[in-house]
Design a binder for this molecule. Sequence first.
Ligand SMILES: Nc1ncnc2c1ncn2[C@@H]1O[C@H](COP(=O)(O)OP(=O)(O)OP(=O)(O)O)[C@@H](O)[C@H]1O
Ligand SMILES: CC(=O)C(=O)O
Ligand SMILES: [K+]
Ligand SMILES: [Mg+2]
Length: 568
Amino acid sequence: MSQSLNFTTSPISKPFYSKPYFPSFTPQFSLKFLRKPITASLSDLNNSSSAPSPVLISQFNWSASDSTSIEVDAVTEAELKENGFRSTRRTKLICTVGPATCGFQQLEALAVGGMNVARINMCHGTREWHKMVIERVRRLNEEKGFAVAVMMDTEGSEIHMGDLGGAQSAKAEDGEIWTFTVRTPDSPLPERTINVNYDGFAEDVKVGDELLVDGGMVRFEVIEKIGPDVKCKCTDPGLLLPRANLTFWRDGSLVRERNAMLPTISSKDWLDIDFGIAEGVDFIAISFVKSAEVINHLKSYIKARSRDSDVSVIAKIESIDSLANLEEIIQASDGIMVARGDLGAQIPLEQVPSAQQEIVQLCRQLNKPVIVASQLLESMIEYPTPTRAEVADVSEAVRQRADALMLSGESAMGQFPDKALSVLRSVSLRIERWWREEKRHESMELQDIASSFSDSISEEICNSAAKMANNLEVDALFVYTKTGHMASLLSRCRPDCPIFAFTTTTSVRRCLNLQWGLIPFRLSFSDDMESNLNRTFALLKARGMIKSGDLVIAVSDMLQSIQVMNVP
Ligand SMILES: Nc1ncnc2c1ncn2[C@@H]1O[C@H](COP(=O)(O)OP(=O)(O)OP(=O)(O)O)[C@@H](O)[C@H]1O
Ligand SMILES: CC(=O)C(=O)O
Ligand SMILES: [K+]
Ligand SMILES: [Mg+2]
């Protein structure tokens, strides 16, 4: 039994409506037969994997021409069955892959642990190494039924140290004199000498400047300049890591000399971007973005280079300039990363939390996925248990309802990558549930963002569907979307129930994996919603993912409609 509301639009349909064409929406139907107890736990159902139904095509042999199968990633399916779908995880998880996690089995362990996106950082490692990681992730998806997306992060024109001549780290002690040089590295380097990658370094700094390594983990004072060499005295001792980022400060402010003119995308970055496009990565994250212009430039480059593949562009907010141009950067990008590591080296640390909150909220307003990154569980690089403060930080990002959380060193080179991921996962689940149960989420007034009439209809449909889903306490929202747009509009509302997003292409499905609350499926569907729904119900029931009586709301962007029904 289904109740539906259709908005039939054609290019000439506009005169029928004048804004507000969707008067404060109150469902017109009797609710008595829609209500049902909210006991969506699937754990007590027969597990279909032990008795596959004939309509179920195995994840291992998907062929694009097959119109009867449905693809959902193995880990989401397991989570749905384990927790029941109202309690499935909404916050997405990203792991930076490094030496600690680049093996096939290590990657598999991360995928099983809930990694939605694998990030590779072009600051480190060779292209061959990154190619190997991408191939392994792809193989994992194909062979084991995961849908892990790949994000490539550019190096950017930051100023950083050299690689310490191959050493893992070097200790700088209080009062020691170190030389920072722009000479091309003679190997081996003299003792207490560090290479700097930026040629203008010796010119830009002045005697008396403060030199911060990794945003202040180690500090030096500039005491003398001798040609290409800059002599510095260590004032805050600590461990120097290969290729650590350098900033310099004068009279309490970040120095922005010629280095502020460095291009956002360096010549090496362009080669890496070509590499990323050729390898078919899903996301390219751009470091040290200053303005929307560079994002627009890159997007048109990608469009020209890769006609049929979709690479999404993520702008990293980690510089003062990006904060000044925040709204236009968010508008231009496909997503945003709050890169707190470098951001904290550019603005006073105590301003980072408010910047994070502002960026997360603005992204939601503008309907762009947002990632909170860096130092979430920093102590877990060395220890198997997080600090209470780290758990509180993760909780806060979940409470802000960021789309995704990211591990950096914890998964790239830490000793406990799987444990760190499991902390992100369990804290996300717990906090999401707590806030749902307590109905503690302050509702956010969402501004209109549509740029066309048809988009406005989609937006109103999604806002209303999400509201109805909360009021009726439905088990799930279903969205049929070719481009993914309507799925993101539903995600933006952060409804209480999960959103099953059906889309026709594998690349859209992987991109949806970054967005809050979306459970993406790949499915070939038609314009006939009745048959789409019936087929989806049959396929999901066969897999034990839904059951008769579950209450769902379905929306689609082919036929702009809202349907409310119990699964037959
Ligand atoms: N591919 C890699 N090879 C070797 N070490 C890596 C690799 N990727 C990451 N790491 C290690 O993990 C640490 C944290 O990774 P992360 O990606 O956060 O880098 P980062 O250097 O802090 O720069 P960014 O500001 O771009 O995040 C790095 O400092 C590095 O020591
Ligand atoms: C992730 C990143 O680039 C940063 O935090 O600086
Ligand atoms: K980077
Ligand atoms: Mg950074």
